[in-house]
Design a protein around this ligand. Structure first.
Ligand code: NAD
Length: 504
């Protein structure tokens, strides 16, 4: 029997009243394992109301107490990481070790948020003018909405909610309807950690739920992560309703390989970053830019490695360890396969064809093997579109300058990498490339929690990146207080002075 996956409000599961649900599948078997509630406007209102009611008490809770709860959440998460990873694998399809990695990277943000007392410290200047002092404070916003994509059902929400909660906000998380169970597991964990009811809430659903969050006068800010068209919509719509918004969008990440690079390491990196999580990562490498004369050699080394990958059910305890699991849904698998057909029709050379990959015993799963294209040109659909699957396209160029121009002319600017042993070239790349996150001999340069995560151009709408100090800034508002306390021993002269006050 598929399990029912509810919303979460006021510290308890909430079934909702819409009567609408969507199926949730295990992508490795194709079986329907759950039905997730889809919110109506009324359901959304109920969940947002739960968050709104909790604001006053939570923002007044001492920093010491808030920090203790975040610490406890971290301890529980750390001890049950495997449990959450199994839930992720069962609905997303990524292999268990990768799911553990996802939880670990999310946990790092929780650890960062444990230092919130330090992060919220304001500043103070004494005697800015005679008898006048100035100090600054940062205060929470109120209710914040987090809308997350399917590809990191635990880590992406954890980019935001630990900091939002630690800073004194209350949260409504709207997870992807494709893998919604992780959100309810996290809600239960918060409860166990002692978080007061209503501080962390989950609103399940589709566009109706999203629109309710974007338009609710009770929601102060929106953190969105997903595809570029929806990021742009969310940014415009939430801004129209007066909210603070950060909307992280899609990607087309290029990995440049210069002729002096260590080609074995570059080939390993291309395979790991191209096919890890079946290419369903916003930091996946989808374009490899080979600076001649190394392309033939590099393509051969990558192709050789793809043939050693084990594709299969990534659940822990299965009889063999898979390197790569299925794609998230049948529709997505078919869409990615249609991109492979489009690349072939456009004249790209199919070096490895994932459509031929058979996964024994898992015929009903949504599998597609690693695919490698060579001789791809920028006019082809497989170069222009974000495929979000295990498809790596090799574009051949003649020089570093041509490689840089290609990366910079792409409308996306999420991540990129350069592989070289030439420090000067790497430094020039770092300075000149128009991308938010850069790896030097590192293919998936996801910043650590105390830096911030975010792209440029069509990979980010808004100006604030996720987590790190930018995250603290996003979830708080600054106030500056100018004060004068009357000291009878040194009383100001008083009198009327209508001119603009001068500081002296
Ligand atoms: P998506 O845009 O389809 O969905 C993201 C969220 O928006 C989900 O919660 C979904 O329910 C909601 N949504 C979908 N359609 C909507 C609509 N018409 N109106 C309102 N809300 C809608 O993205 P996805 O397929 O779940 O995730 C994959 C995408 O996310 C890729 O493009 C990937 O690059 C991107 N992503 C980006 C980052 C980043 O940091 N930049 C990180 C992870 C994923």
């Amino acid at each position: 029997m598929p399990t029912s996956i509810p919303h979460w409000a006021a510290g308890a599961p909430y079934a909702g009243t819409s009567g609408l649900t969507a199926p949730v599948t295990n992508p490795a078997t194709g079986a329907v394992t759950g039905t997730v509630a889809l919110a109506s406007d009324a359901d959304a209102h109920h969940v947002i109301e739960s968050a709104a009611e909790a604001v006053a008490a939570w923002r007044a809770t001492s920093l010491a107490r808030r920090t203790q709860i975040v610490f406890r959440f971290r301890e529980l998460l750390n001890s049950r990481r495997d449990e959450l990873a199994s839930i992720i694998t069962a609905e997303h399809g990524k292999v268990h070790s990768d799911a553990v990695g996802e939880v670990t990277r999310g946990q790092e943000v929780v650890e960062f948020a444990c230092g919130i007392s330090h992060l919220l410290k304001g500043s103070r200047s004494a005697a800015v003018s005679t008898g006048v002092d100035v100090h600054s404070v940062r205060q929470p916003l109120g209710v914040v909405g987090i809308i997350s994509p399917f590809n990191f059902p635990a880590m992406v929400p954890m980019w935001f909610f630990p900091i939002a909660i630690a800073a004194g906000n209350t949260v409504v998380l709207k997870p992807s309807e494709k893998d919604p169970s992780a959100s309810i597991w996290l809600a239960r964990l918060w409860k166990e950690a002692g978080l007061p009811d209503g501080v962390f809430n989950v609103l399940q659903g589709d566009k109706t739920a999203v629109d309710a969050l974007l338009r609710s006068p009770q929601v102060a800010a929106i953190s969105f992560v997903g595809s570029t068209p929806i990021a742009e919509y969310v940014y415009c719509e939430a801004s129209r309703f007066g909210k603070r918004v950060q909307a992280l969008g899609g990607a087309k990440n290029h990995m440049v390989v210069l002729p002096d690079a260590d080609l074995d390491l570059a080939a390993d990196a291309a395979v790991n970053a191209g096919y890890g999580s079946a290419g369903e990562r916003c930091m996946a490498i989808s374009v490899l830019v080979a600076v001649e004369p190394i392309a033939d050699d590099l393509v051969a080394r990558i192709a050789e490695r793809t043939r050693t990958l084990v594709i299969g059910d990534g659940a822990a305890g299965t009889d063999r360890e898979a390197d790569m699991g299925p794609l998230v849904t049948r529709a997505h698998r078919d869409r990615v396969a249609s991109f492979v057909a489009s690349g072939e029709a456009a004249g790209a050379k199919v070096v490895v064809d994932g459509r031929q990959t058979a996964v024994a015993g898992e015929e009903s799963g949504f599998f597609l093997g690693p695919t490698l294209f060579d001789q791809v040109t920028p006019d082809m659909e497989i170069y222009r579109e974000e495929i979000f699957g295990p498809v790596l396209s090799v574009v051949r160029v003649r020089s570093y300058e041509e490689a840089l121009a290609l990366v910079n002319s792409n409308p996306y600017g999420n991540g990129t990498a350069i592989f070289t042993n030439d420090g000067g070239a790497a430094r020039r790349f770092e300075q000149d490339v128009e991308v938010g996150m850069i790896g030097v001999n590192v293919p998936v340069p996801v910043p650590v929690a105390y830096y911030s995560f975010g792209g440029w151009k069509r990979s980010l709408y808004g100006d604030t990146h996720a987590h790190g100090v930018e995250g603290v800034h996003f979830f708080t508002r600054g106030k500056v207080v100018t004060s004068r306390w009357i000291d009878p021993a040194n009383r100001p002269a008083g009198g009327l002075e209508l001119g603009f006050p001068r500081n002296d």
